[in-house]
Write a protein that binds this ligand. Structure first.
Ligand SMILES: [Zn+2]
Length: 91
């Protein structure tokens, strides 16, 4: 079923009316009604934009929490090996 809507009026207060010509018009302003697409393109664009902004934020947030719980030991290992190397070179 294709739904019709008026692009000028509030969707909450819209009601359909049939004009004398036989096509559907808005009951409030008398404009021709527009076919409502199944999924709105604006909604998809908004969702993509929101996710592209939020996903890196969420990812960095998770990464920060993960690092605070178990800090990476790569730096400690690098320090200890460098100490060993310097000891060996001194001896
Ligand atoms: Zn209207």
């Amino acid at each position: 079923m294709i739904r019709y809507y008026c692009p000028y009026c509030n969707p909450k207060y819209q009601f359909q009316k049939q004009s004398s010509k036989g096509n559907l018009i808005c009951g409030l302003c008398g404009e021709d009604l527009v076919k409502k697409p199944f999924i709105r393109l604006n909604q998809i664009i908004a969702l993509v934009a929101a996710s592209s902004l939020l996903l890196p934020l969420i990812y960095t947030f998770i990464f920060l929490i993960k690092n605070q719980i178990n800090p990476p030991n790569k730096n400690y290992q690098a320090k200890s090996t460098s100490i060993i190397i310097t000891k060996e070179t001194l001896l």
